[in-house]
Write a protein that binds this ligand. Structure first.
Ligand SMILES: [Zn+2]
Ligand SMILES: [Zn+2]
Length: 333
């Protein structure tokens, strides 16, 4: 089968023919219906992910159809439409049993220790597999593991309440445009912040209010007390995010455009405003199921910048970097 393979540390990727995967005990093989490109891929190619072993198939976001079921697998059969978590937990430890499998000591990451999903087929550990409810589009489902499920997790950890105001930074980005929808799906009022005047209109289609510019806190405070900020940008926006929040506010830190850049945190914000800074490992099955439910209910409509095939993966990354485009870039093998 054809696959996008990363051959070594900082070695880039190649489209290669590799053997079809076969399911071992506790595994299934899926036909990849759609995969999604992610900013994380570019960080992986730059060498920021020390757990990667080579060669490895790139890609960590997938929706597919089960073609083969290995020994010892229960609850899944050929023909089931499924997604996968970004990692395979062992399913046995205290964290896994408590539904916090993101904290599993023995988790293995797809496109890290395990082959990823930019291929015609992929092998999944059954501990990472989640059934997609009927009526959910492939485009909606493929966004769950790394986008909508992650946001759902952040907002759940932030204990979001109906009627609260959520501000989303990077609102016209692939994560941001969906963060607005997840927050609204959970009953929030949403302020979308973008630095790009050209994209204010599309943000306004989803958010209740739009702010254009880098200094957004004073305008945000005029609109409402801000209870939660979903910060999809990171170090460039965190200061304004902290300033925007009313007392008792929570920052859900989802993205960070420059992992090497430190942030100079004034602890006064945290202490005097009772602010919580909430990090973001990855979605669990519970989070993914929550996001799938919102998607199946039509509360999250996937925004797709474009779809490429395996051979055109370069074009996909060009689309990902193209600032004039909005939404996720998908791959259809
Ligand atoms: Zn991703
Ligand atoms: Zn575990």
């Amino acid at each position: 089968m054809k696959a996008v393979v990363v051959t070594g540390h900082k070695q880039g990727y190649k489209v290669q023919d590799i053997p079809d995967p076969k399911p071992d005990k506790g595994e299934v093989v899926i036909r990849v219906d759609k995969a999604a490109l992610c900013y994380r891929d570019t960080l992986q190619l730059k060498g920021f992910y020390p757990r990667m072993r080579y060669p490895v198939v790139l890609g960590h976001e997938v929706v597919g159809t089960i073609e083969q079921v290995g020994d010892g697998v229960t609850g899944f059969k050929e023909g089931d439409k499924v997604i996968s978590l970004l990692y395979a937990p062992d399913g046995e430890c205290e964290y896994c049993k408590a539904g916090e499998e993101a904290y599993c000591h023995h988790r293995l990451g797809y496109s890290e220790e395990l082959d990823g999903f930019f291929a015609e087929k992929a092998k999944l550990k059954v501990t990472s597999v989640i059934k997609v409810p009927q009526g959910t589009s492939d485009d909606g489902a493929v966004l769950v593991p790394c986008v909508t499920g992650m946001i759902y997790r952040g907002l759940t950890r932030a204990k979001i309440k109906k009627g609260e105001t959520v501000l989303v930074t990077g609102a016209s980005g692939g994560v941001g445009i969906h963060a607005i929808q997840v927050a609204k799906g959970l009953g929030a009022k949403v302020i979308g912040v973008t630095t790009s005047p050209d994209k204010a209109d599309i943000v306004g289609k989803y958010a209740d209010h739009v702010i254009v510019g880098k200094e957004f806190s004073s305008e945000a405070k005029k609109i409402s007390d801000v209870h939660i900020v979903i910060d999809t940008v990171g170090t460039p926006t965190l200061e304004e995010s902290l300033k925007s929040l009313w007392m008792g506010g929570r920052i859900v830190q989802i993205g960070n455009v420059d992992p090497a850049a430190p942030f100079n945190l004034k602890l006064g914000y945290v202490i005097l405003k009772d602010i919580e800074l909430i990090g973001h490992a990855s979605a669990t099955k519970k989070d993914a199921e929550g996001a799938l439910k919102l998607t199946a209910e039509g509360k999250i409509n996937p925004v797709i910048a474009g779809t490429v095939n395996l051979e055109d993966i370069d074009k996909g990354y060009e689309l990902l970097k193209d600032k004039s485009k909005i939404g996720k870039v998908l791959l259809k093998p």
